[in-house]
Every structure is written in structure tokens, then in C-alpha cells.
Write a protein that binds this ligand. Structure first.
Ligand SMILES: Cc1ncc(C[n+]2csc(CCOP(=O)(O)OP(=O)(O)O)c2C)c(N)n1
Ligand SMILES: [Mg+2]
Length: 659
């Protein structure tokens, strides 16, 4: 006899209660409330094969309410994924267990996205659904034909990013996207009516979504809603009315079950209430076997797909893209050779567009976009058609004024695989993207952030638009490579490095103003070492000038002024701190010698430059907000001229001599 849904779901409830109890930390309420709906989704709707977690045409599932991680760990375990094992679950939230506090995509196959920061899971699911439709348009139904599912909580639907993401999904008509809302009317502080009275269903309808409601604790009701969602051509919000902590007789329906162990007594009472007679972490054979059997449901579809792949002439290219490998011969050398042959003075944002012209021809997997600053970010190249509801094959996304939504969607696209997203906004609005940039870095997702207008050099728009602390704050983020190229050649080199890096995001900080080409000789990719000597001192070296981006030109002029006084000065261009830090000690010591005055020049916060210039060095930067005015006037006003800087260096050298 088939095991009833409620019994299958109780296995999830028991694992969630017991794991949280063992860790004395975690969130039992959400998994217990959504256990039935999730069981139906995973055993009757979700297309997956636990034996092939990376099967490209699997459905994607995102637990946006990441605090309910035990729900996902239980589902993976019960349906037969190799990990987590029951021991992994026993060690929930302990060092070394892949069952981390919140789901981490790099720890467990089957965890499609790292979630926990509420709202972002929904937005990543939107990105996954975009990637699916795009690849479907390119490769057809035979190879790409899957859905994206997410479970979101009240919190996910309060966070602002869900507004941006859902608006985009409605506009793009992503009918393959289905979001189950755990509508339990409880958050940490108590009932949702403490803080909200909005009509979420009406809001989603207004975005162009299909909305259906069900009783999340009633199998027939859940099935009817999911059937309707699957059939509807619009993205669907499935409002599942549930009871948080369902089964814990004294605590269910209250915030007490949200984020704390239920306690031995309540767990014992829940066992009675649920009719679950087995000890912690023990799933009776019959129930375990039923789950395993249901986990094998997708094997047929997987086999059929494999046969279609084998018969497809596009198999090689499709699998290359899904593996995240660039074409074996990918290189921008030919393009860079052209720049060396005929030097150009352009803004690095323009240089980026030029590089993209070459890149987008060489890499069919790039999907560009901008948060309504296409003409300013120079992110769109000739021949790049928009990706629209009518034509998903396009390779350019008009994200609208949704920086956070854009960045989070790009995470989803990159995690889906088969595409490499890049997207632009002003560097100052990196702050609007920041929580998603952080997840790109944590999730090891290849995304290229194109951030233009990277200093006071943007001029007249003034201090609201002039980044000051942004470069430094972004450099502080682990696993994010921040690039600030100095000219058209460095820009191409940085793009090449960003694209060839498969295990994390890169951010390009680019100028609005024109910059002369400072690299005029054919070389290897010099940006690859993060910093390099652009010009060696002519006189005996007393000074090393470290500069990035637009200030490299200024460093060269400053060096000229110093050399004119017999003071030798190296000029080092330092487009990427993290790559420089990864060089060996000898290289770093050669670039940053002990016997010279080290001076950094960057039109931004100086905090952090002491790492390279040392306490005896000089950090020339901008530790205040900028001002509105033409760029040349601003550089002059804030002391970014050779005439202002050279005397400061001379004075510092004299000071050193006095000591
Ligand atoms: C961006 C963000 N803010 C705050 C938190 C902390 N937090 C985790 S769960 C939660 C409440 C979520 O409520 P809901 O989504 O309804 O989950 P439920 O209590 O129903 O499980 C909060 C505030 C978070 N994880 N992410
Ligand atoms: Mg809730």
C-alpha cells in the first residue's frame, strides 16, 4: 500500500525537529509547516534525478526561505541523493557537515543556490527561469525544457528585491517559474499583522503573475494549485496557507517554532501528535523505501533526454556551455594586437564596449544588460538583440531600474549554467546591488559587474553619483575580483581575466572620461599579476607611484615632474589588488621595494592603501564626498594634479631624510 503523503511528510518533520534539537540551533517551524506541500512538489512535480544531480535539464529548486534549510536537507536525503547522509544530518550546523545553517550550493549537490538572505532566492529563481527560456530558444525543447520552483516565506515577499524580481518575471512572462509561498502569517517578531497589511496576491497579479491559493496542509488542494500553476502560461505564485511548526501541539502556529529547538518535551509531544514512533534520525524501512522509489521518478525523463542529446548535432556545444568551459581557443589577443597597432584615447567604459564587441562574437554564452543605463554603461554591442517575452533568444536584458534585482537575477542565471551574465550600473549604485554581489562571491558564481562612472571624474552629476568609498568597500569582499583598468588595453585584459575565471565574480570599475592609451607595446596579459611596473624610473629610484584606472595617467605625469627634479620614480599600474596579493613574495617585493617611498594615487577613499604604501608612505586620495562640477575642475580642486602631488612627494622625501 502506498505510504500516505502525511506520513512521508512526517519524515521531514521528524528530521527537522531532531536535527535542530541535536544542534540546539536552527529553524524547525518552516520545514514542519511546508513538509506536505514540499513532499508533493518533490515527489510528483519536480523533475530531478538524485543519481545525476547536475543533469542539465533538471528542474531547478530554490529554497528562498533558506532558514528552513532542514526541509531541503531532508528532501535530498530522503529522495536518495548521495549526500547528505543521515550522519550529515545528525551533524546539522556543525563544522564539517555539508548541512550548514543555511543551504550552500558549493557544499551539496542539489542545493542550487545559497540562500538565507531573504528575498534573494526568489530573485535568483527568476534568473534561472530566464536562463532556461533563453537556452530553450537557442537549443530547442529536445535539450532544454524544465521548470524553476522556489519556496518563499513571508520574509522573502516583504523584502524589496522580490518586487524588482517579480516585476521583471511578469514582464518577461516566465511561465516556467512557480513560487510556493509559505503563507503561515508568522515571522520572527510574531504575526505578520504586526508589520504588514498588504495584499500580496493582488500585488503579484499586478505584476502579471498568475496567483492561486491552496491549503498547504491538504494534499488534494496543493495538487490542484500546482496543476493550475503548471498549466498557466504566466509565472505563478502559489499561496500555501500553512501552520508554522505543524505537529508541535503546544507551539505550532507561533513564532516560538521559527528559530529555536522545540525542546525535548515538545518534540516528544509532537511525536505523539504526528504518530511518529521512531527514535531520532531513524526512518522506518517502509517509509524510506517509499521516498527512494519516488526519488527515482525522474530517471525515465533523464534517460529520454540523454537519448535526445546523443542524437543532437548541438550536443558538444551545449554541453561545453553547461560545463562552463570557454571555447578552447578563446583569447582577446587579436583584438589587443589591433589596439597596440593603433592606440586610442577613450573612456574605459567605451573600451569595455569595444572589448565586448570582440567577446560577444567569440562567446555565444554572454548575456549582457544594464539597469536602465545602457548608453552610459556601454554594455550593449552591435548585433545584440534584446531578450524579450517574444524572443528569449536575445542576448541583452533591459533590467529596468532594478539594480538589486538585476544582480540577483544574474546570480540565478550563472548558477543555472549555460550563460555568462554581465550587467551594468553606475559604480555608486553598487551599493544597491551589494547583497547580491556578496552572494555571487560566496556562491562562486561567474558574473561580471560593469560599473561605470567610477570616481569624481564623472563630473557634473555631483556627489550623489560620485563613488568615494566604493572601490575599497568592494575590495574588502572575499572572492570578488575588483578591477580598475587604466586604458583600453588594460580594459580588454581585465575582461579576459574576468571571463576566464569560472569560480567567482569580477567587477570592472570604469571611467566616464577619456583616458590615453598607456600600454603601447605587445605583451602578455599584464593585468593578470594584479599590479605591474608600467614605467621604470629613469633617475635613481627614490619613489614608487601606485595608481589605478584614471589616476595612472596622473601618476605618469607626476613621475615626469619628479624625474625633472632628478628624482627617479617607478610607475606601477595596479588594476586588481586581489590578483596582486596572490603573487609570490619575490614579485610583490620587486614591485613594492623597501628602499623607496611608496605613494598611492587613487581618486577614492585612502583607507586600505597603507597595506601597500606602509606607515611611512603617502596615500593620495579622496576622504570626503565630491562635488558637482566639470571633471577637470574637480580633479584640480581635490589635488589630483601632478603640480599638487609632486611637491607633496618631495616634502615627504625631505621628511624621510630628516629622520
Ligand atoms: C535579508 C534578511 N533579513 C533578515 C533575516 C533574518 N531572518 C531570518 S528568518 C526571518 C523571518 C522570516 O519570516 P518568514 O519568511 O515568514 O519565515 P517563517 O518564520 O515563516 O519561517 C528573518 C527576519 C534574513 N535571513 N535575511
Ligand atoms: Mg512566515
Amino acid at each position: 500500500m502506498a505510504v500516505p503523503i502525511r506520513t512521508l511528510a512526517n519524515a521531514i518533520r521528524a528530521l527537522a525537529m531532531d536535527a535542530v534539537e541535536a544542534a540546539n540551533s536552527g529553524h524547525p517551524g518552516m520545514p514542519m509547516g511546508m513538509a506536505d506541500a514540499a513532499t508533493i512538489l518533490w515527489t510528483e512535480y519536480l523533475k530531478h534525478d538524485p543519481e545525476a544531480p547536475k543533469w542539465p535539464d533538471r528542474d531547478r529548486f530554490v529554497l528562498s526561505a533558506g532558514h528552513g534549510s532542514m526541509l531541503l536537507y531532508a528532501l535530498l536525503h530522503l529522495t536518495g541523493y548521495e549526500r547528505p547522509t543521515i550522519d550529515d544530518i545528525r551533524n546539522f550546523r556543525q563544522l564539517g557537515s555539508p548541512c550548514a545553517g543555511h543551504p550552500e550550493n558549493f557544499l551539496l549537490d542539489g542545493v542550487e543556490a545559497t540562500t538565507g538572505p531573504l528575498g534573494q532566492g526568489v530573485a535568483m529563481a527568476v534568473g534561472m527561469a530566464i536562463a532556461e527560456r533563453h537556452l530553450n530558444a537557442v537549443y530547442g525543447d529536445a535539450l532544454v525544457d524544465h521548470r524553476t520552483w522556489a519556496i518563499a516565506g513571508d520574509g522573502c515577499l516583504m523584502e524589496g528585491v522580490n518586487h524588482e524580481a517579480a516585476g521583471l518575471a511578469g514582464h518577461l512572462g516566465l511561465g516556467r517559474l512557480n513560487v510556493l509561498w509559505d503563507d503561515n502569517r508568522i515571522t520572527i517578531d510574531g504575526a505578520t499583522d504586526l508589520s504588514t497589511s498588504e495584499d500580496i496576491e493582488a500585488r503579484y497579479r499586478a505584476y502579471g503573475w498568475h496567483v492561486v491559493r491552496c491549503d498547504g496542509l491538504d494534499a488534494a488542494s496543493v495538487r490542484a494549485a500546482l496543476d493550475e500553476a503548471v498549466a498557466d502560461p504566466r509565472p505563478s505564485l502559489i499561496a500555501c496557507r500553512t501552520i508554522i511548526g505543524f505537529g508541535a501541539p503546544h507551539k505550532q502556529g507561533t513564532a516560538a517554532t521559527h528559530g529555536a529547538a522545540l525542546g525535548a518535551e515538545e518534540v516528544a509531544a509532537a511525536r505523539v501528535e504526528l504518530g511518529w514512533d521512531w527514535p531520532p534520525f531513524e526512518i522506518p524501512d517502509e517509509i524510506a523505501a517509499a521516498w527512494r522509489e519516488l526519488g527515482r521518478r525522474g530517471q525515465g525523463a533523464h534517460g529520454d533526454w540523454t537519448r535526445r542529446l546523443q542524437a543532437s548535432g548541438q550536443a558538444g556545444e551545449y554541453m561545453r556551455r553547461m560545463a562552463g568551459d570557454l571555447p578552447a581557443d578563446f583569447s582577446l589577443s587579436a583584438y589587443i594586437d589591433g589596439l597596440i597597432a593603433s592606440p586610442q584615447k577613450v573612456a574605459t567604459r567605451k573600451a569595455s564596449e569595444m572589448a565586448l564587441g570582440a567577446i560577444n562574437d567569440l562567446l555565444p554564452e554572454t548575456i549582457g544588460g544594464s539597469a536602465d543605463l545602457t548608453g552610459s554603461n556601454n554594455t550593449k554591442t552591435k548585433g545584440q538583440n534584446p531578450l524579450t517575452k517574444e524572443d528569449y533568444s536575445g542576448r541583452y536584458l533591459y533590467y529596468g531600474i532594478r539594480e538589486f534585482g538585476m544582480a540577483a537575477a544574474m546570480n540565478g542565471m550563472a548558477l543555472h549554467g549555460g550563460v555568462i551574465p554581465y550587467g551594468g550600473t553606475f559604480l555608486v549604485f553598487a551599493d544597491y546591488c551589494r547583497p547580491a554581489i556578496r552572494l555571487s562571491a560566496l556562491q562562486e558564481a561567474r558574473i561580471i559587474y560593469v560599473m561605470t562612472h567610477d570616481s569624481i571624474g564623472l563630473g557634473e552629476d555631483g556627489p550623489t553619483h560620485q563613488p568615494v568609498e566604493h572601490l575599497m568597500s568592494l575590495r574588502a569582499m572575499p572572492n570578488l575580483d575588483v578591477y580598475r583598468p587604466a586604458d583600453v588595453v588594460e580594459t580588454a585584459e581585465c575582461w579576459e581575466l574576468a571571463l576566464t575565471r569560472a569560480d567567482g565574480p569580477s567587477l570592472l570599475a570604469l571611467t566616464r572620461q577619456n583616458l590615453p592609451q598607456v600600454r603601447t607595446e605587445a605583451t602578455d596579459n599584464l593585468c593578470a599579476s594584479g599590479a605591474y611596473r608600467l614605467r621604470a624610473a629613469a633617475n635613481p629610484r627614490q619613489v614608487v607611484l601606485l595608481a589605478t584606472g584614471s589616476e595612472v595617467e596622473l601618476a605618469l605625469a607626476t613621475a615626469d615632474a619628479l624625474e625633472g627634479q632628478g628624482i627617479g620614480a617607478d610607475v606601477v599600474s595596479m588594476p586588481c589588488w586581489s590578483l596582486f596579493d596572490a603573487q609570490d613574495a619575490a614579485y610583490r617585493a620587486d614591485i613594492l621595494p623597501d628602499d623607496a617611498l611608496l605613494v598611492s594615487i587613487e581618486a577614492g577613499a585612502t583607507l586600505g592603501w597603507e597595506r601597500y604604501v606602509g606607515r611611512g608612505g603617502l596615500a593620495i586620495g579622496l576622504d570626503r564626498f565630491g562635488a558637482s562640477g566639470p571633471a577637470p575642475d574637480l580633479f584640480k580642486r581635490f589635488g589630483f594634479t601632478a603640480e599638487a602631488i609632486a611637491p607633496r612627494i618631495v616634502a615627504a622625501l625631505e621628511n624621510q631624510g630628516d629622520q
